[in-house]
Write a new protein. Structure first.
Length: 197
């Protein structure tokens, strides 16, 4: 139980710093339901939701290791795009953890880079694209993130790409914690699939 206690402690520290439960879930690579349970288990009790914690710090601390992951993700993206006879004009990096991967994939594939910031303040309507990078308008885009827990962040990015006049053609992640092979009609591929069985 020590591991769960240390994760609960980290969740509480993030909560005290002002992060929302969704932001804590993203930071800890857990589902929002698991974060709610971790933050309230002393109050509500109950059994923990089924979840898998994904930690990729050993990769994230060195740029060359992120590069190795991005190269594998690029290969997967090219394979999937070729199989579906599609192409992408741009790479969308989902903040925060998808950005370094997307930047390297953008370089590897010679595509422009779009940065997407998810936001809860827009009442569940997704987020915004950074004006310092390319725009999704009129583009076929490949969406890149680190972990899919519920799929909500990728779905919001897909929706916002479409609202901005672009077309999401593929999403590629390091780890997919779901059984889904597509989200909002967009194919989803991952380096690793991790699920409770």
């Amino acid at each position: 139980m020590k591991d769960v206690n240390s994760i609960a402690k980290r969740a509480m520290e993030y909560k005290e710093k002002g992060l929302s439960e969704k932001e804590i879930a993203d930071e800890l690579h857990l589902s929002p339901e698991t974060v709610t349970w971790l933050l309230t288990r002393g109050i509500k009790g109950g059994e923990a939701p089924k979840d898998v914690k994904i930690g990729w710090r050993s990769v994230g601390v060195y740029g060359n290791r992120i590069g190795f992951m991005a190269a594998a993700m690029s290969d997967i993206a090219l394979e999937e795009l070729e199989k579906r006879q599609m192409d992408a004009d741009s790479i969308v990096g989902v903040a925060i953890n998808g950005i370094p991967l997307a930047a390297l994939i953008s370089e590897e594939l010679g595509k422009e880079l779009i940065v997407y910031r998810p936001s809860e303040e827009r009442h569940g309507k997704g987020g915004a694209f950074s004006s310092n990078y390319a725009s999704p308008q009129g583009k076929k885009v490949l969406i890149v993130d680190d972990v899919v827990s519920t799929g909500d962040t990728i779905k919001a990015a897909i929706s916002d790409v479409h609202e901005s006049g672009g077309t999401a053609v593929l999403a590629v992640v390091l780890v997919n914690k779901t059984a889904h092979d597509e989200l909002a009609g967009v194919p989803l591929r991952a380096l690793i699939r991790a699920r409770s069985i």
